[in-house]
Design a protein around this ligand. Structure first.
Ligand code: AMP
Length: 112
């Protein structure tokens, strides 16, 4: 199976503005930000989508969400922010590699 574009970022095959990295999670800036802060929190393991998470993955997903909360604090998004994951075609998922959008830095409109 072809590598996801996010795995290519993880493997430094394509550039990205990486803001955090650990053994199993990477965070980089979205190339088309929808707000002043728009980060993608991405487990390095290639899980295609939220719908494909298996029980053994939950600790990794928890870790990703913990990092999202930590970064939101560090970035002082005290007035609020949004954590979003698109899962599947009807949600408009473009990259089939599980990731969470951390969006903030301005007043956000309705989610849909
Ligand atoms: P989703 O629609 O939830 O799959 O989100 C995919 C996101 O990845 C979109 O917001 C894109 O702007 C972003 N994206 C796609 N390619 C790159 C890239 N090379 N570097 C950073 N962000 C990207």
């Amino acid at each position: 199976m072809a590598k996801s574009i996010f795995s290519q970022i993880i493997d430094r095959e394509i550039p990205a503005d990486i803001v955090f990295e650990s053994e199993d999670i990477i965070v980089f800036k979205d190339i088309f930000p929808s707000a002043p802060v728009h980060l993608l929190i991405c487990p390095k393991k290639e899980i295609a989508a939220f719908s494909e998470i298996v029980p053994a993955d939950w600790p990794l997903v928890t870790k990703a969400l913990e990092i999202a909360q930590k970064l939101a604090k560090e970035l002082q998004l005290n007035a609020g922010y949004r954590i979003v994951t698109n899962s599947g075609k009807d949600a408009g998922q473009q990259v089939m590699h599980l990731h969470f959008h951390l969006i903030g830095g301005q007043k956000l409109g309705p989610i849909a």
